[in-house]
Design a protein around this ligand. Structure first.
Ligand code: UD1
Length: 335
């Protein structure tokens, strides 16, 4: 059985819909902090399958242990965690306990119960700001700035350490760049009310939930002054997980890391322009101060994932944004 933590969140729910195209025994745990129980219903409707779900926080060691004792788990896909860089400066202890203790609890139960495969959701943020783009997995990593980034690098290291001593324990770390886009049905999305990311902010604007879109900084050293990011389609990202899982199961290495991005960068203004073009509307923006922890630009070197996982992103930026409107279209009909 595959245990999917954070399986009702944005990436987790898309992963499950894809995974269940084939028959797979799985269990979702989620603490519903940044996801909605509705997603469970949507996933069941889309996949026509009944999903095992337990509401559980990865910090709840007792409950986690109980789950591992009751179920025969062989693989963990660990999505659960807090994910806002700027918020992590204000709530560092929450980020450390959710992201680090959560990972460590899962690991502890995994090792006690002979669970051999572990895929971990890490982030491009671990690279810090010392290296020019594109960022490569082999780069030296210094202690990053934000508590969020620290929580991810510490989790990576805890898993790497376990993989050195436990002969059958295999870990695949996936460093995400900026995942965007939603399932074609538009049903499964994310909690746009609590998300701090750019696409949910634009969707909130389009829905009329906000009167203006804040652009955090127009004086960066980029071609148009706004931040440049490497956006990757959610379906491509999910595909990277399935390929990484297959890879670690067949590999004789115990620990590996792959970047999942598209390998090119787009600025905030470029993203807004594409939304305007696709919706045939004008987005009112307000120039706001730089956001704490934001870097001017970065994008991925994806050659390692291409070579080893036989993975490559297929969706280009216009398709990513068209698919970001899927969830907006759904929400605008139900709001
Ligand atoms: C961060 C993480 C990324 C993670 C993503 C989603 C890093 C380096 N980045 O990305 O790994 O996958 O969150 O959790 O770790 N912006 C606005 N107005 C808004 C919101 C955002 O201008 O209302 C700008 C931001 O300043 C930034 C860009 O849009 O320049 C993208 O921001 P966001 O979507 O929040 O993602 P990141 O912070 O880049």
């Amino acid at each position: 059985m595959i245990l999917v933590t954070g399986g009702l969140g944005y990436i987790g729910s898309h992963f499950i819909v894809q995974l269940l195209k084939e028959d797979t025994d799985l269990l979702i745990i989620d603490n519903l902090s940044n996801s909605k129980l509705d997603n469970l219903k949507f996933i069941e409707n889309l996949t026509k399958k009944k999903i095992n779900f337990i509401e559980c926080d990865t910090r709840d060691k007792k409950n986690i242990n109980k789950i591992f004792l009751n179920e025969t788990i062989d693989t963990i896909i660990h999505f659960a965690g807090l994910k806002s860089i700027s918020e992590s400066f204000e709530k560092s202890s929450e980020y450390f306990s959710n992201n680090i203790s959560g990972t460590s609890n899962l690991l502890d139960s995994a090792l006690k119960n002979n669970v051999n495969n572990f895929i971990f959701s890490s982030s491009a943020t671990v690279y810090g700001n010392k290296h020019p783009s594109p960022w490569k997995e082999s780069q030296e990593i210094n202690l990053p700035e934000s508590p969020y980034a620290i929580s991810k690098i510490v989790s990576e290291k805890i898993l790497e350490n376990a993989s050195r001593f436990q002969i059958n324990f295999k870990v695949g770390v996936l460093r995400y760049f900026n995942p965007i886009g939603y399932h074609e049905s538009g049903y499964i999305g994310e909690n746009i009310a609590t998300s701090k990311n750019l696409i949910p902010a634009i969707i909130n604007y389009l829905l009329g939930n906000s009167k203006i879109l804040n652009v955090y900084g127009n004086d960066y050293e980029t071609h148009d002054g706004s931040c440049v990011r490497d956006y990757v389609h959610i379906n491509d990202l999910v595909d990277g997980h399935l390929k990484a899982l297959k890879y670690i199961k067949n590999s004789n290495k115990n620990f590996d890391i792959w970047n999942l991005g598209s390998g090119c960068g787009y600025s905030v203004f470029q993203i807004i322009n594409i939304f305007e073009k696709l919706t045939n509307s004008k987005i009112k923006i307000s120039m706001s101060p730089r956001r704490n922890g934001d870097l001017p630009y970065f994008w991925a070197d994806i050659s390692k994932a291409k070579k080893e996982l036989n993975w490559a992103p297929v969706k280009h930026i216009e398709e990513m944004i068209a698919d970001s409107l899927n969830h907006y279209n759904y929400l605008s009909k139900t709001n």
